[in-house]
Design a binder for this molecule. Structure first.
Ligand code: FAD
Ligand code: NAI
Length: 464
């Protein structure tokens, strides 16, 4: 096989898992190729996920501030209007700059980008567009796609997945979101801020059901105060789209009388499933679990020389989790000790206020029978939050009752997604709440709420 078709490792998929793996493996001296079927690098995250959604969240926040908040700061901007075409164009520019950035990093690290859809034909053999490539190792990093809801046919115009919801060229009068999770609340927030009426239909009895209970309740109150309506314990049984909009049929989750709900646009956001079709996995014998994810043990599949990382394997479907796995696997394949600490992976919902969590929830600790202490501090008592006028929320730290080791933290409030990093580092170092409490924090900063919550674990918060 020629030099151009033979590699130490071929990674399939150029999302945060695959492209970060490729960079780290190349840094460690491996000869790397990355196959990507999309026209650009960066995967779901950079093209149709994290990045475009955060661009629209940021822009829509500015719009809402100009409409409702700046006057309170003594800033009068006159009449405010929405240029949605410009907002969307800016989002596309942000995406384009990011995906080109990955292309630059591939060149810099001498990673071969093979364009097209990959299929594994045997251990060590990959086929793309009729051409065969050889590699000592193959990494599956093919990511995930939106789950379909039976009876609700996506057309990406009136009935959309997150991809269509990022592209709307008109603010819908009424947006109905099916699924009260990460996507539903982030993209629901975008379109609500831009003027849509938003209703979230959630099957379970609460929004973002995996969230710490108390934090979730506060989040629901804040979302509702902002005007997002929710219909909990409700299932959608069908959808009919015509020129007047979409008519949804709903039923109580436990069964009962059906009702209808009219929408201009329906966003289906009920979770994502692993991308494993068309890869030749069954033929090669790679085992999948009951939810269609590749089964791995330290990223190794059941077939020698075939590995998997990111959304396509078990664990939270988050970009930074995929990246950590990419780095760890590259280091393993280069003979080092790659490792991911799954107990310390933050999760952030980028609404405003943001919601960030790490480690265990109170519910999980109770279920495990762990004795814990709670330290909580509200942003209403934080000087910086007051200066900003952003006082909704709190920092909550959960510490082991015996050892004081930090077991988890849940933050709802301004910049919660940034504040959680301090706790991630503390947990990574096995810190106690006392360690955080004794660390000097700048004043006036939002981070002081983290210190105060740590102080509150022993009932000695200073400003409450
Ligand atoms: P992906 O990013 O899905 O990349 C897989 C790539 O593989 C794709 O580009 C695909 O085209 C390619 N591929 C698949 N099959 C083949 C094949 N046979 N041949 C060649 N190429 C193939 N996560 C966060 O942490 N923070 C966020 O703010 C966030 N926001 C999100 C917002 C939205 C709207 C969505 C949908 C997701 C968001 N996520 C977020 C989740 C995040 O995007 C994923 O967890 C992350 O992209 C997973 O990375 P990955 O590398 O495993 O897969
Ligand atoms: P999700 O798992 O976050 O939420 C799906 C919600 O839909 C759940 O609350 C679930 O109970 C509900 N649901 C399931 N079936 C339903 C049904 N038939 N009817 C009504 N509700 C139903 O999934 P989502 O929002 O689609 O996002 C997918 C993943 O993408 C997330 O889990 C997350 O991993 C990732 N993501 C991360 C973001 C971030 O980190 N900020 C932002 C967006 C997505």
């Amino acid at each position: 096989m020629s030099d151009a078709t033979s590699f130490d490792v071929i990674v399939i998929g150029a999302g945060p898992g695959g492209y970060v793996f490729a960079i780290r493996a190349a840094q460690l001296g491996l000869k790397v190729a990355c196959v990507e079927k999309r026209a650009t690098l960066g995967g779901t995250c950079l093209n149709v996920g994290c990045i475009p959604s955060k661009a629209l969240l940021h822009s829509s926040e500015h719009f809402e501030e100009a409409l409702h908040k700046l006057a309170d700061h003594g800033v009068n901007v006159g009449s405010v209007s929405l240029d949605l075409a410009r907002m969307q164009a800016r989002k596309d520019e942000v995406v384009s700059a990011n995906v080109k950035g990955v292309e630059f990093l591939f060149k810099k690290n001498k990673i071969t980008w093979i364009k097209g859809e990959a299929r594994i034909t045997a251990p060590g053999a990959v086929e793309v567009a009729g051409k065969s490539y050889a590699a000592k190792q193959i990494v599956i990093a093919t990511g995930s796609s939106s789950i379909d809801l039976p009876g609700v046919t996506v057309d990406e115009k009136q009935i959309v997945t997150s991809t269509g919801a990022l592209e709307l060229d008109k603010v819908p009068g009424h947006l109905v979101v099916i699924g009260g999770g990460y996507i539903g609340l982030e993209l629901g927030s975008v379109w609500r801020r831009l003027g849509a009426e938003v209703t979230v239909v959630e099957f379970l009895d609460r929004l973002v059901p995996t969230m710490d209970g108390e934090t979730g309740k506060m989040f629901e109150r804040v979302m509702s105060k902002q005007g997002i309506k929710s219909k909990l314990k409700t299932k959608v049984t069908g959808a009919k789209a015509d020129e007047t909009g979409v008519t949804l049929t709903l039923e109580p989750a436990a069964g009962g009388e059906a009702e209808t709900l009219k929408a201009d646009v329906v966003l289906v956001a009920i979770g994502r499933r692993a991308n494993t079709e068309g890869l030749g996995l069954a033929e090669v014998g790679v085992a999948l679990d009951e939810r269609g994810r590749v089964i791995t043990d330290h990223f190794a599949t059941n077939i020698d020389g075939i590995w998997a990382i990111g959304d396509v394997i078990t664990g939270p479907m988050l970009a930074h989790k995929a990246e950590e796995e990419g780095v760890a696997l590259a280091e393993l394949l280069a003979g080092q000790a790659g490792h991911v600490n799954y107990g310390v992976i933050p999760g952030v919902v980028y609404t405003w206020p943001e919601v960030a969590s790490i480690g265990e929830t109170e519910e999980q600790l109770k279920a495990r029978g762990v004795a814990y202490k709670v330290g909580k501090f509200p942003f209403t008592a934080n000087a910086r939050a007051r200066a900003m006028g952003d006082t909704d929320g709190f920092v909550k730290i959960l510490a082991d009752a015996t050892t004081d080791r930090v077991l988890g933290a849940h933050i709802i409030g301004p910049d919660a997604g940034t504040l959680i990093a301090e706790i991630a580092i503390a947990m990574e170092f096995g810190a106690s709440s006392e360690d955080i409490a004794r660390t000097c924090h700048a004043h006036p900063s939002l981070n002081e709420s983290v210190k105060e919550a740590a102080l509150a674990v022993e009932g000695r918060a200073l400003h409450i």
